[in-house]
Design a protein around this ligand. Structure first.
Ligand SMILES: [Zn+2]
Length: 409
């Protein structure tokens, strides 16, 4: 029997313990103060005990000050199991915090008293992010139980504040700890797909813009006496569609492979039909491939805006609501991607591939700090929903994937 087979068998034997840990963690809701909770301290205290009992003694707790939390801080835990060589560490980073349950009437049970049904555990946080938090802990526990020493260090990072921006979480850790090193493998199992074939390595830049067009209000029967802001804004929207042509490059790693520029929200204008609106507000959601600086997009938008202003004699102001340049992508050839692909193939017998997505993940914070992090998980994507669940098979399988990575030569 190979080392991996021994560890995989041991992880299978932990199945019930893993379910029990899920249920226990659910009973310690770690909702951030910004969402009306008290933070992660109780959950972190419990997990610290668990880590020590699992043979992890090299533990650092990084407390991010937070006066809104009853404890006055938000806990971040970094635990390391030493390998034969400490030249590098394979990290699994998950987050302890969960989002509020939302409308309780939409739940079939108490979101903080997890229940098991049809091979799934239900409860708030069981998938996001406890499935892989528990999986990572039992992967380490299997090494201890089998008395197998990994070739390189194993690192378990349990962080706070992922759901409300990570400023008291991994962002704080990256600024206040030297635990992560350039050649470490960093896996963030906080995004994925159903069959586990998506390894997320890149994100598009995000630009959300508010366009306010000012004309002059007047009676609809005499449009010449005013300036129709809604009409000008409508021409503007169709002109903005040219951004798709100007920034037409494709990158097949992304799904969809192009930048997107979509008008979305529209504020209401006049309440009645027979008034020409003097003011119009709409929003544009841009997801931009990393090769285009957001400044270039903004410059093209300004040119279009000028044209519309001149043509319709309106004033248009453009204001960003969110502006997040793309983090440098992790290379599809990075060691962490290769390790994940091999592990996923051995455990789930599927070919995973490096992909880019349009939304932001917490891995971007690692990438901006110069680390090649990859996001991966096998999930049904029930995060933040009522009756959030985790497939027990995914929790056990992901644990084997992590153990496989820890066995890297
Ligand atoms: Zn999450």
């Amino acid at each position: 029997m190979t080392k991996f087979e021994k560890i995989a068998r041991r992880i299978d034997s932990f199945r019930d313990e893993m379910i029990n840990l899920q249920i226990k963690l659910c009973s310690l809701p770690a909702i951030s103060p910004a969402s009306g909770g008290e933070g992660e301290v109780k959950k972190a205290e419990f997990l610290l005990d668990f880590l020590r009992q699992s043979g992890l003694h090299d533990i650092e707790v990084i407390k991010a000050p937070d006066l809104d939390a009853p404890a006055g801080y938000r806990p971040n835990i970094l635990a390391v199991l030493k390998g034969d060589s400490s030249a590098r560490t394979a990290w699994i980073m998950t987050h302890m915090d969960v989002v509020p349950p939302g409308d309780l009437a939409q739940w079939d049970g108490d979101p903080f008293k997890a229940w098991v049904e049809g091979g799934k555990v239900f409860g708030r946080g069981v998938e996001d992010n406890q499935q892989d938090l528990v999986a990572s802990l039992f992967a380490v526990k299997a090494f201890e139980a089998e008395k197998i020493r990994p070739n390189f260090n194993i690192g378990i990072a349990l962080v706070a504040d992922e759901e409300t921006g990570s400023r008291k979480g991994i962002e704080y850790v990256l600024r206040n700890s030297v635990a992560f090193r350039r050649h470490d493998l960093i896996v963030v199992p906080d995004a994925g797909n159903k069959d586990g074939t998506m390894i997320e390595v890149a994100e598009k830049g995000i630009l959300w813009l508010r366009f306010k067009t000012i004309g002059r209000q007047t009676h609809a029967s005499t449009p010449d006496k005013g300036i129709n802001s809604f009409k000008a804004a409508s021409f503007l929207i169709t002109e903005l569609d040219n951004l798709n042509r100007i920034f037409k490059d494709q990158d097949e790693i992304f799904e969809p492979p192009v930048s997107t520029f979509e008008p979305t929200k529209k504020e209401s204008n006049v309440p009645n039909i027979n008034t020409i609106p003097g003011e119009d507000v709409f929003y544009l959601d841009c997801r931009v491939l990393p090769q285009f600086p957001l400044e270039d997009v903004e410059k093209e938008i300004q040119k279009i805006v000028k044209r519309i202003e001149n043509k319709f004699k309106v004033k248009i102001s453009v204001e960003d609501q969110q502006r997040a340049p793309a983090a440098p992508p992790t290379s599809p050839q990075a060691a962490v991607v290769a390790a994940l692909r091999a592990a996923i193939k051995d455990v789930y017998n599927v070919e995973a591939k490096a992909s880019g997505i349009g939304g932001g993940t917490v891995a971007a914070l690692f990438r901006r700090a110069g680390y090649e992090a990859a996001c991966w998980s096998r999930v049904d994507e029930t995060a933040h929903q009522p009756n959030e669940y985790c497939h027990i098979d995914n929790m056990v399988g992901d644990s084997k994937v992590f153990a496989h990575i820890f066995l890297q030569e």
